[in-house]
Design a protein around this ligand. Structure first.
Ligand code: FPP
Length: 249
């Protein structure tokens, strides 16, 4: 089917009243995409930016309130120095070049992860992009950078312990712990997408995806298009979410 036809067909199947409020994506397969073309891995990451634009634009068009992208994990520091350097350079390039487009689409950028440990120039570009998009009221695009879910829980528990030293009356329950996570002001993802066919969570939002619907595609991240995102939403809307109950009412 022609791309435009497929798009119209998919959009017609999506109920805009029941959109997932938060979509989180594990963008995987850049390396394999490059290898298939006998290109260096970084060419896969560069092509991955095209797919980032596709996912962001699709969410903005539909009015999905929150999109979170796993852009650099705490474990990614184990990769070769050259790849890390180039990934950071690509990220800076994206942050600099994309501000205009993010503003045009009314997208507010935010970030989660151990940001203080990122290289200083990256932090500076991040700061600028965060400030320049801070007044936008549309989709909130969160980049997970130097992010690890276990580290996030550790950071939350440390902050909570610190708070407890000052105020011994704090109740420790699920709601309290949630308030200390990086994602305290974002609802839990309704839909978690992973590309390139791997069936793993890879230390991404472990606490928050407790009841997320998981959608995996064999498509490698650089080949991901708006239609893939529309398909994921259509499939999501066919699922019955039960949250541990019987789902009868
Ligand atoms: C996984 O592919 C992808 C990453 C580790 C990085 C994701 C980065 C981008 C899409 C580009 C920069 C992002 C932004 C937001 C500007 P992989 O290298 O693990 O692929 P493989 O499993 O096939 O080797």
């Amino acid at each position: 089917m022609k791309t435009e036809l497929l798009e119209a067909d998919l959009l017609a199947q999506i109920d805009l009243e029941r959109l997932p409020q938060h979509i989180a994506i594990i963008m995987d397969g850049n390396g394999r995409w490059a290898r298939k073309r006998r290109l260096p891995r970084i060419a896969g990451h560069r092509a991955g930016i095209r797919a980032v634009r596709q996912a962001v634009e699709a969410c903005a068009r539909l009015g999905v309130p929150y999109l979170t992208l796993y852009a650099f994990s705490a474990e990614n520091w184990k990769r070769p120095q050259t790849e890390i350097k180039l990934l950071m350079a690509l990220l800076r390039e994206y942050l600099r070049k994309e501000i205009g487009e993010l503003n045009r689409q009314n997208i507010r950028l935010s970030v989660i992860g151990r940001i203080a440990d990122l290289p200083k120039p990256v932090r500076a570009d991040l700061q600028t992009a965060l400030e320049k998009t801070s007044r936008n009221t549309g989709t909130r695009l969160t980049l997970a950078l130097n992010y690890g879910a276990r580290a996030e829980v550790v950071d939350a528990v440390r902050a909570l312990a610190e708070e407890l030293r000052h105020d011994g009356t704090i109740q420790i329950d699920e709601a309290t712990l949630s308030r200390y996570l990086y994602t305290h002001d974002v609802p839990d993802p309704d839909l978690l997408i992973r590309t390139s066919g791997e069936l793993r969570l890879s230390n991404f939002l472990l606490w928050q995806v407790a009841y997320s619907e998981i959608w995996v595609t064999d498509t490698l991240w650089p080949d991901f298009t708006q239609n893939d995102l529309f398909q994921a939403i259509r499939d999501f809307q066919k699922r019955e979410r039960r949250y541990g109950g019987l789902g009868l009412g």
